[in-house]
Structure formats: C-alpha cells, structure tokens
Design a protein around this ligand. Sequence first.
Ligand SMILES: NC(=O)c1ccc[n+]([C@@H]2O[C@H](COP(=O)([O-])OP(=O)(O)OC[C@H]3O[C@@H](n4cnc5c(N)ncnc54)[C@H](O)[C@@H]3O)[C@@H](O)[C@H]2O)c1
Length: 253
Amino acid sequence: MAKVAMVTGAGQGIGEAIAKRLARDGFQVAVADLKADQAQRVADEISQAGGAALPITVDVADREAIFAAVRQTASHFGGFDLLVNNAGLGPVTRIDDVTPELFDQVMRVNVAGDMWGIQAAKEQFEKKVRHGKEVVGKIINATSQAGVRGNLNELLYSSTKFAVRGLTQVAARDLGPAGITVNCYAPGIVDTPMMRKLAVDQGRTMESYEPLISVRKITDPEEIAGVVSFLASEKADCINGQTILCDGGMQFE
Ligand SMILES: NC(=O)c1ccc[n+]([C@@H]2O[C@H](COP(=O)([O-])OP(=O)(O)OC[C@H]3O[C@@H](n4cnc5c(N)ncnc54)[C@H](O)[C@@H]3O)[C@@H](O)[C@H]2O)c1
C-alpha cells in the first residue's frame, strides 16, 4: 500500500520540489497551497509523470481548514503517513519594520500553521494500528538556517523559525512514544520565488549570497527535497526532534 503525504506550500518553490520528489518516491501526495491554480498545476504535473496527486486549497493559518485538508487527504487516499509543514512567509523585517499586524500574519502562518498541522496529523496517526515499535507517522517542518542563528534584518522571520525548532522538539518528545517522529529541515539560500523576492527587498543579487555559503553554491529546491525524502524514509526512523541543516554549510552546529 503506497504511503500518503500532504505537503503545504506545495504550489511553488521548495514545497513543489518536495511534493514531486515524494511522488517519485512512491507517496500519494496532497499538494496543498493557498493558491488553487498553483496546487492544481503541480498536482497535474505529478499525475502526468505517473504519480498520484490531490490538489487542495488551504490556508495553513486556518486551523479548521488544515484539519479539513488532512481529513480529505486521508479519506481520498485511504490513510495518512506524512505531513510536511513547508508553507511559510519570509519577509525582510528590520527591527522598526515589525508591526503588530505583520507579527500576527507571519506568526500565524509560520508557527501556528505548524501547530495546527501537527494536531491534524496526530488525529490521523492515532487511528493507525501500531505493530511493535514501528514508526506510524512523520511530521517534517520547514525551519531555516535563520532559525539556527539570528540573521541580520530578520527579527520576525528568524524568531518564527526558532519557534519552529522549539515546537518540533516538544512535539517530538510528546509524540515519540506513540511512534510519531517530528523533525525539521533548515535550508539556507534556495533558488525559489520567495528567496528571489527577498534578495530584491534586501537590494542584493542571488549571487551576492554565495560568499556566505561554504560550498559557494545557491541551493536548488530539489536538493532540499532530497533531504526531506531521506527524513521521510525508513532510513531516518531513528531521527527525532532534530534540525537537519541543508544550507551548503552556512551555519555549523
Ligand atoms: N527559499 C529559501 O531560501 C528558504 C530558506 C530557508 C527556509 N525556507 C523555508 O522553506 C519554506 C518554503 O520556502 P519557499 O522559498 O519555497 O517559499 P515560496 O514563497 O517560494 O513558496 C511558498 C508557497 O507557500 C504558499 N503559502 C504561503 N502562505 C500560505 C498559507 N498561509 N497557506 C498555504 N500555503 C501558503 C505560497 O502560495 C507558495 O506557493 C518556507 O517555510 C520558508 O520559510 C526557504
């Protein structure tokens, strides 16, 4: 029986690459995004390549909508094995830029969205029959190298990504005994629409980030998808509560 995953923010960028990679790995994939047309496009491309995909329009900041999306995925494919909480907002936030409205918006997507996702996935995982000490479900969250070290001009964004590592560690401890693992991937500078806009907002070119990266290479979304593919696989069943830095060597732990 093919495993079932839902990837949020899968309409473009890193999430699109993850959804396509998981489909190639044999997962049946719900392609969840705020933008319906983008979710449909990615799902169509997965289907055309021979995979199984379900487009879902969802705002991860909306708790009821996330529960509905996960339930729809489970009922459509007949099970639920993996949630990738990838959707996130990445505004440049110099100290004076942070307003109460922006704080609420970014926290609700980057932090609350992950919490609602964890709750909704837990609901499905708890329905599963566990054989022995097998892993019955996985949750993989998007943090950032900016969630490992404080980054210049990212007061709000860095704070949300630190919070993602915190909630990941707590959920990993709370859910581990039930056979559910929770981990993070922490990209650095990845060639996506978000990062290209962020570069413009910082008055920089993408290439100007290369000296910050020890391997001197902007990361491709597919490289991050490879890390998520590993975390999603049985090879990573003994990894729990961890942040896997995949930033080309920007930060060292
Ligand atoms: N690109 C990078 O260099 C980089 C680095 C570190 C971490 N990240 C993290 O990786 C994740 C993906 O980043 P990306 O660069 O692919 O971003 P992106 O902006 O290019 O794509 C994000 C996708 O998420 C969707 N989305 C946004 N808000 C949503 C919401 N409320 N509900 C559902 N979907 C929503 C968007 O429609 C979009 O399709 C984010 O969490 C980001 O913070 C990215």
